[in-house]
Write a protein that binds this ligand. Structure first.
Ligand code: ZN
Length: 281
């Protein structure tokens, strides 16, 4: 008979080595209580390589877009202007958490800095943003890991919208501030790493950045403050958090990402609750 007490083995949330869940300290890296629920939960582990995370972000964007259309289908933009095609009405977007001075100074709060990242103004707006997100995300999840990827994405979106708020932009939405954060992180990586690989990434992503900035100056109604603010936030985050070749993803990165995930989920749930109330009003 086996009388040994059951000891569950887990991966240390900091160094990813096998430890017992009731260990007071990780014998490998020394963090206190690696098995605690705070450090070891669904939000701090099991994000995999980041592929499914990227898809979830895209699906949530599509879901929020569809909800914003359905909230007031009669007001849906059907004009001949391709950039206004299938545009949700402004009231629905405000209910679901668009951001900017117009809303922040009235009813809406800081939570809109999160929700606005997941709202779009037309079918082309969401299509271009999701295409770009789908193409740049694998690079960032590989260079930084899924936790740092999501932290950079979330905080750059908030940073970009906060800067555009400070600049007085009245109403704004879209994933492009967060997307520009990923671009800023890749630019920082390319510059910081150097070598042929770093330079190649810097040049390739630099062309994207240049395109976004030139496009933003030529086309009316684009929130350049959010783009530039997002890029700057992303580069600063990459500097602060580091990348794989310099530092592995550890507990602090996981906790930051878990916090971003929790805050995003709560903000989106609040937006959906407001949507339901609006629907029945
Ligand atoms: Zn450890």
């Amino acid at each position: 008979m086996n009388n040994r007490p059951v000891r569950n083995s887990i991966l240390c949330p900091n160094c990813r080595k096998l430890v017992s869940s009731d260990e007071a300290r990780c014998p490998h890296c020394g963090i206190p209580s690696p098995g605690s629920r705070l450090k070891n939960n669904a939000l701090t582990r099991g994000w995999g390589s980041g592929e499914s995370l990227v898809l979830i972000v895209i699906y949530v964007n599509i879901g929020m877009y569809l909800i914003s259309l359905l909230l007031n289908p009669r007001m849906m933009g059907m004009g001949l202007n391709p950039f206004g095609l299938l545009a949700p009405d402004h009231r629905s977007l405000a209910v679901l958490g668009a951001t900017g001075t117009l809303l922040m100074n009235q009813s809406a709060g800081w939570w809109t800095l999160l929700t606005a990242n997941y709202l779009h103004g037309s079918v082309l707006h969401i299509f271009f943003n999701m295409m770009a997100l789908y193409h740049i995300s694998p690079l960032i999840t590989q260079l930084f890991g899924p936790y740092r990827y999501f932290a950079i994405y979330t905080l750059s979106g908030m940073g970009g919208f906060w800067i555009s708020y400070m600049a007085g932009i009245p109403l704004t939405i879209g994933a492009s501030a967060a997307l520009c954060g990923l671009i800023g992180a890749a630019l920082y990586y390319g510059r910081s790493r150097g070598g042929i690989f770093g330079q190649t990434i810097y040049k390739q992503v630099g062309i994207w950045a240049l395109f976004i900035l030139v496009f933003g100056l030529l086309v009316q109604g684009i929130n350049n403050w959010a783009h530039i603010g997002g890029m700057a936030t992303g580069a600063l985050m990459a500097l602060a958090l580091g990348y794989h070749e310099r530092i592995r993803e550890k507990l602090a990165h996981r906790l930051l990402a878990a916090g971003c995930m929790l805050a995003t989920a709560l903000a989106l749930l609040w937006a959906l609750f407001r949507g339901v109330m609006y629907w029945f009003s």
